[in-house]
Design a protein. Structure first.
Length: 274
């Protein structure tokens, strides 16, 4: 049975399996953290180009967070040693920044989560590096559409499964695979909290959506088959068939009549080309 909990400030820092329902203070905190996250991705649009290393991008992300009075939530999280995730081409998620240079034709997802005043702003976007082939551009475009179609399902009284059903239907209409091994999640003062937001589901199933819920929606869509595998580093997930993968992510809060996107780009750079 699903449990919901209207939280006070001190209660919201514990993961207890309940779905937390936040009030005005939570929305205000998430707006600030989400805006910073979006501003960081906006700034990266001018940095992602052939010849840059993902390590350099990671340094830029960390410095921008610190300058804004935030800290990278990923830095030190379960042993992760970087300030963002950089997932290139067939890497599905949790790619580790390093010395490898981006090259023309790459697609890369950059996932950032600043922790600002105790609130997590979690978001990711795809970036196109140089001259990207049409099939890769189409995958990125459809993945963005999947994210927004999923968000369109969010309103009080809907079911969590409605989100995944809409995403799955759109992706599979293009014969793309929808990753099952990773999902969206509740968040707020906690980086990862209930509920789990799966991106392939049956409509009308799952917990009821209620005003005050915070969550991420972050579909991972593969050009080929859906299955993924984890590399020996314990973090990097890749497509089993080595096909390209794309992902977009927003943090949202459910309102009385729909939802608010906390991580929307303030400059309109929601999807490439930026």
């Amino acid at each position: 049975m699903v449990e919901y909990q209207h939280v006070t400030d001190d209660m919201s820092v514990y993961r207890d399996g309940t779905i937390k329902l936040h009030g005005p203070e939570g929305f205000a905190g998430m707006r600030k953290a989400g805006r910073l996250a979006a501003e960081i991705l906006d700034a990266l649009a001018d940095k992602v180009e052939p010849g840059v290393t993902t390590e350099e991008l990671d340094t830029f992300v960390r410095e921008m967070m610190l300058d804004a009075g935030a800290v990278p939530a990923t830095l030190g999280y379960r042993g992760f040693t970087h300030s963002c995730c950089t997932s290139i081409n067939h890497v599905v998620c949790h790619g580790i920044p390093g010395p490898k240079k981006l090259k023309s034709g790459d697609i890369v997802n950059i996932d950032v989560t600043p922790l600002l005043d105790g609130w997590h702003g979690d978001t990711s976007r795809m970036f196109l590096v140089g001259d990207v082939p049409l099939k890769a551009r189409k995958l990125v475009e459809v993945t963005y559409e999947c994210l927004m179609i999923g968000i369109q399902q969010v309103r009080p009284g809907a079911r969590l499964g409605d989100i995944g059903a809409a995403i799955q239907a759109h992706a599979e209409s293009h014969r793309y695979g929808v990753v099952r091994e990773f999902c969206g999640h509740g968040l707020g003062r906690l980086f990862h909290d209930a509920p789990e937001v799966v991106h392939a589901a049956r409509a009308g199933t799952g917990p009821e959506l209620k005003a005050g819920m915070f969550m991420t929606i972050e579909p991972m869509i593969n050009l080929g088959r859906a299955p993924v595998k984890l590399l020996n580093d314990g973090w990097t997930a890749v497509t089993r068939d080595k096909s390209l993968s794309a992902q977009f992510e927003h943090s949202i809060g459910i309102t009385e009549d729909g939802c608010e996107i906390f991580t929307e780009s303030p400059t309109g750079r929601h999807k490439p080309p930026y």
